[in-house]
Write a protein that binds this ligand. Sequence first.
Ligand code: JFZ
Length: 313
Amino acid sequence: ADPKIAAWQKLQFGMFVHWGIYSNHGGFYQGQQQKIGYPEQIKAWMNIPTSDYLNTAASFDAEKFDPQQWCATAKAAGAKYLVLTSKHHDGFAMWNTHTTDYNITAASALRRDPIAELSRACRSQGLGFGLYFSIIDWTKQTPKPYNNTNPIPADMMPYIQSQLREILTRYGTLDEIWFDMGAPTAEQSAAMAATVHRYQPTAMVNSRVWNDKGDFEVGGDNFVPAKQLQGPWQSAESVFSFCWGYCSWSRADRSAANLPVKVRTLVNHLFTVISGGGNYLLNVGPKGDGSIDPFDAAVFSGIGAWNQRHPDA
Ligand code: JFZ
C-alpha cells in the first residue's frame, strides 16, 4: 500500500474547524437572524457589503482564542488531527498573506496569525494538522456561485497558486488539504493538486479539488455512506448539520437533554465510518471570540468517553 495513504488512514478521526470573520456574526446581521444558507456564508446570503464585513473584521479580536484549548478539545474526543479553514468563500485569508490586505493580520483586531499558532499547538500536542481552502472566492468572483457551475477565471489561478504556496510552506508538515467548491477545469484541478504535492509530498488532497485529481474521496456534507467505498475516503460532518461556522441561534439544540442524544448519534457515525475504512472529520464552529461553546466541547469529550470504552474501534 502507498505509505502516504496508509499514514493518513491511520489518523482515522479529525476535528474540522470553521472559523473566520463570519464567526463574529454567528448567523446574525443587524439584529436579523439569517434565514437561509450556512452561517459561514452570511456575507452573501444577507448581502453584507464588504465595508460592513470589514467592520466586523475590525472588531474581531478573538480575545479567547487559545490554540492549546482547541487541541485539547480534539484530543479529548480521541481525534488525531485538526483541519482549519484557511480561507472560506468570503475570501478573507486567516493568515498573514502577501497576496491581499483582506487578511487576519492586516484587517482584524487580532493581528496575529492563527494558522501559525494552531499548527504549533497541534505539533506540541502530537496532533496532525491540515487546512481547508475554498476555491471560490467572493473577492474575486461574484457572490452566490453555490451551485459549483462557475469556472475559475483564468486570471484567478496565479492568485490561488500564490496563496496555496504560502499556506503550504509556512506551517510545517500538513496531513491534508481540503479544497471546496468551484468548478475548475481538469487542468486547473491538476495544477492545484500538483502544487500541494510539490510542497507537501505527504499531504492528502480531497476530491473537492475536482476532476478526479484528489487523493481521497469526500461525500456530500455530513455524508455517512451506506456501504464501504473503494480507496481512501472521508466523511465530514458538523456537530450541527445546518452550520459549519458558529451559529449562535441553535440554543435549543444545545440543551442539556440533547447532549447525550447528540453524542450517541455522532459516536454511531464515527464508528460506522471508521469500521468502513473511512476517516471521520467532525466539525466545530468556534465563536468569533475564539472560544468553543461549552455544549460543543462537551460533545467532543462525550465522544472521547465512548472511545475509551472501545479502545480498539
Ligand atoms: C461547502 C461549503 O459551501 C460550506 O460552507 C462548508 O464549508 C462545507 C464544508 O462545504 O458546502 C458544501 C459542499 C458540497 C456539498 C454540500 C455542501 N455537497 O457535495 O453535497
